[in-house]
Design a binder for this molecule. Structure first.
Ligand SMILES: [Zn+2]
Length: 366
């Protein structure tokens, strides 16, 4: 596990930090905390680690490339030739990096969370992750409307894109347009797939490509703008970049969720991002009970009123669900399935056998 948030001390030895609490005690305390229900759950990058997703975020949670160079919102939507070149680079890398992100699978924590949502223990989920894995874990039970109502993606999602004029498209559709506009890159991707290779990637869907010219890459114009007689290819994913603020609607909804819930449960986050940290502050101001499940230092350490438990969520959350659900875990087929589902495939530092795509750390082309 790599924790790479600059403001938080690095964890060099996980073993030195664990365990401070026995498995049984952790399960018991968490189950006791969530059992009364109407829980707001706030998750971060830590819950996606077992799915093989690495955390690549800056200290305020904005998107950066693997070298920790920020990607600025204003560059991505700049309509000058410079902005166009920036988008060629961004979208080529994202084009290559997207398929593995799309294929990432929810892990045991995501399914345990889905079980708590399914049993109405967790009434609202706020996630800082843009990987869509919470949705994937509950998609076969909840429809789109219910997911929209009960899951708030604080920093957006990689699965939608929009142009500068707010015309929205889904990411798979946009991937298809990129393929059509760049047949030679489509052939490259098909070849990678045939050889069973994956590009090295991070949650942005961004990859590091060496010795590649971006000049010929075609970023398609927004078709809705074209209908209105405007050529415009300022298309970006629905995730929050540097220099971009969280939409008022999302911000207001996040506060509302805290207010409407009886308790706040934090999981797999250092709270390095202020948009998440202020939700903890809000809950404490309202005197809501707060439990914090995370391994390693966090921004909330030492704050009174926060009950912290240091044990990996993947080790305890299934057992928490069983403790809370009682006999329902045996007769509810949906719940039973959720308790048996989930990958455990944390990232390695070895990469994916990337003979074509170099280690992200060697990228000097930015
Ligand atoms: Zn448009």
């Amino acid at each position: 596990m790599r924790v790479s948030v600059p403001t938080i001390p690095q964890i060099n030895s996980l073993a030195a930090l664990l365990p401070r609490i026995s498995h049984a005690e952790a399960v018991d305390r968490i189950a006791t905390f969530v059992a009364p229900g109407n829980v707001a759950l706030l998750t971060g990058a830590g819950v996606s680690v077992d799915s093989g997703v690495k955390a690549y975020r800056g200290k305020d949670g904005r998107y950066m490339n693997p070298n920790y160079k920020p990607i600025f919102y204003h560059e991505l939507v700049d309509e000058s030739p410079r902005g166009h070149a920036f988008r060629q680079r961004y979208w080529l890398r994202s084009y290559v990096g997207y398929p593995p992100v799309r294929n990432t699978k929810p892990n045991t924590t995501h399914f345990a969370v889905a079980a708590l949502q399914h049993t109405s223990i967790v009434t609202n989920l706020i996630t800082q992750n843009v990987d869509g894995l919470h949705h994937k874990a509950i998609r076969h039970v909840w429809d789109e409307a219910l997911m929209r109502e009960r899951i708030l993606e604080l920093h957006g999602t990689l699965f939608h894109v929009h142009c500068k004029h707010r015309h929205a498209f889904d990411r798979d559709t946009f991937q298809e347009w990129l393929s059509q506009a760049n047949p030679e890159w489509k052939a490259y991707m098909d070849d990678l797939e045939r050889r069973g290779q994956k590009p090295k990637t991070n949650p942005d869907g961004d990859v590091a490509l060496e010795g590649v010219s971006y000049d010929d890459y075609v970023v398609p114009d927004c078709p809705r703008c074209l209908e209105e007689g405007v050529r415009n290819n300022t298309i970006k994913p629905d995730v929050v970049f540097f220099g971009e603020s969280i939409g008022a609607e999302v911000k207001d909804r996040s506060f509302e969720i805290i207010e409407q819930s009886d308790r706040l449960f934090l999981m797999g986050t250092t709270l390095a991002t202020y948009s998440a940290f202020r939700l903890l502050k809000h809950a404490l101001e309202l005197k809501k009970p707060v439990m914090y499940l995370n391994v390693g230092p966090t921004r909330a350490d030492g704050i009174p009123g926060v009950e912290k438990i240091e044990i990996p969520s993947g080790q305890v959350m299934r057992d928490v669900v069983e403790a809370v659900a009682g006999t329902r875990a045996t007769y509810d087929p949906v719940l039973r399935d959720m308790l048996l589902s989930g990958v455990v495939d944390p990232p390695t530092d070895e990469g994916y056998g990337d003979d074509v795509i170099e280690e992200a750390a060697t990228d000097r082309s930015a």
